[in-house]
Ligand binder design. Structure first.
Ligand SMILES: Cc1cc2nc3c(=O)[nH]c(=O)nc-3n(C[C@H](O)[C@H](O)[C@H](O)COP(=O)(O)O)c2cc1C
Length: 461
């Protein structure tokens, strides 16, 4: 029996997520992202398509590296304007029963105590369908707006993230016992004080005594997603992530990253099968090859090279407008996203001139897994990539909203189901069960967060 794949829709609470320039297409409704029904309609579409979850990216800064300013990002709507991803989850949860939601927040700019309550709140409201995409961020403009002169150095951001996770696990797993809330009207006790515990966290970056403010939710700890695949990012993923959104773009690179993360997870004493690996994929699907090709040509005419270069500049730290096109693009360590910086430099199979990188970036699908074709052709590629790269599924992005995902749900999902490569019905209830099977509602043994689980009145310190 072939392995069933997992599918997330890859989205962002903004107009220009990845397909820069496509906001001008007459069938694109992304400008409706500020309308609550834009999100409830998307959630119902994805639930009809039996998707695992909606994965919401987020950044808390403006892309101002390219041409040393934010003009291009603003003109081209490159992830600005951009709203908070947390607030679109409750209305989507209200109109769905199974779809999961992964929200991105930064360990560099959010405080763990307040963040832990926001995540517990969403886990309650979604009845255990929430995941957290843990990022350390990469935009200097974010640092400046969060009272830092400069970005925290790349690897130190991950050190902060490590301690951030400890504080979060202590709050989610170790502060409230399962039976702390008793609601005893006669004795006039709502919560048994002996069953709610301080966490007394004192570390290099955070001092959080606790207790957690929220009572235990179904999953307690949200499903932990992670998306940074630099060397330091992969080590962090191997220790904490239950699902990893791999960057890197080629089948070989995806396989190498995945094997490395699973090897390191084993060294941490984790079961490598407790980590699902996802790759980003862009698809243009037609009922016929001709229809798919026509869509591709239409989108290519609108695709904004300037917008993509502004996005790449913020992600990698490389302002390609400042280079001679005939220059070789050399790897220079920056404190931006190192996966992005490595893709066309040290991880490229051959040296690339700046003009070659600009051409690749300016071509639709130039950055990663991309397929144009009929449902059968798209399913063929997805099946090939799962087998060749050793991944478990995909984050499916959009060119037109909701057109791209409508095509995928109506045309590709039935083809995958016919091949027994994708679920025909939802079985489990919580998001963690969907990924790891019935009964795995909370963190499994072996995950670093599970050591803080308070089943009885035991001390944390
Ligand atoms: C596929 C992918 C998606 C990412 N999505 C986000 C995101 O939504 N927000 C964010 O701040 N960082 C995002 N990142 C970057 C990292 O998660 C993180 O911010 C880190 O600083 C850079 O990671 P790296 O240097 O380990 O690649 C993404 C990285 C990858 C590879």
């Amino acid at each position: 029996m072939p392995k069933k794949m997992h599918l997330n829709a890859f989205e962002m609470n903004c107009v220009g997520h990845l397909a820069h320039g496509l906001w001008r297409h007459p069938d694109n409704t992304r400008h409706r992202y500020t309308d609550i029904t834009y999100w409830t309609e998307l959630a119902q579409l994805l639930e009809r398509g039996k998707f695992d979850a909606l994965f919401l990216a987020d950044v808390v800064g403006v892309y101002d590296v390219y041409k040393q300013g934010d003009e291009t990002a603003l003109r081209e709507s490159v992830q600005i304007p951009c709203n908070d991803p947390f607030f679109v989850v409750p209305p989507m949860a209200l109109v769905t029963k199974h779809l999961g939601f992964a929200v991105t927040s930064s360990t560099t700019y959010e405080h763990p105590f307040g963040h832990a309550r926001r995540m517990s709140t969403l886990d309650h409201l979604t009845k255990g369908r929430i995941a957290w995409n843990v990022v350390t961020s990469y935009l200097p403009s974010a640092a400046r707006n969060f009272v830092l002169e400069h970005m925290v150095r790349h690897d130190e951001r991950y050190e902060i993230a490590e301690e951030y996770m400890d504080v979060s696990y202590k709050l989610w797993e170790g502060s409230w016992e399962d039976d702390a809330v008793i609601r005893d009207v006669q004795k006039q006790i709502y919560t048994d004080p002996d069953k709610v515990h301080f966490i007394h966290h004192e570390g290099k970056y955070f001092k959080v005594p606790g207790p957690h403010l929220s009572q235990p939710s179904l999953q307690r700890t949200p499903v932990i997603y992670q998306a940074g695949t630099s060397a330091r990012g992969r080590a962090f993923a191997a220790k904490h992530a239950e699902a990893v959104f791999l960057g890197g773009g080629t089948v070989d690179r995806l396989r190498q990253y995945g094997e490395d993360i699973r090897r390191q997870a084993r060294a941490f004493g984790r079961n490598p099968e407790h980590i699902k690996l996802f790759a980003g994929v862009a698809t243009i699907v037609g009922r016929t090859k001709e229809e798919a090709q026509r869509k591709y040509e239409e989108y290519a005419r609108l695709y904004s090279v300037e917008g993509v270069l502004a996005h790449y500049g913020g992600g990698s730290g490389y302002d390609l407008s400042a280079y001679d096109p005939e220059d070789d693009l050399e790897y220079v360590e920056t404190d931006h996203g190192q996966t992005s910086a490595a893709q066309f430099t040290k991880h490229s199979p051959k040296k690339l001139k700046v003009r070659e990188v600009v051409k690749t970036l300016g071509t639709i699908g130039g950055r990663g897994l991309f397929v144009v074709g009929t449902a059968e052709e798209v399913a063929d590629r997805l099946q090939y990539w799962v087998e060749e790269a050793g991944i478990d599924g995909f984050n499916v992005s959009q060119f037109l909203s909701p057109g791209t995902l409508q095509d995928f749900v109506e045309l590709v999902v039935p083809e995958l189901q016919k091949r027994k490569l994708f679920r025909e019905n939802y079985e489990e209830t919580t998001l963690r069960e969907r990924l790891f099977g019935k009964g795995t509602v909370q963190l499994p043994e072996g995950h670093p967060g599970s050591v803080y689980r308070r089943t009885t009145t035991t001390s944390l310190t």
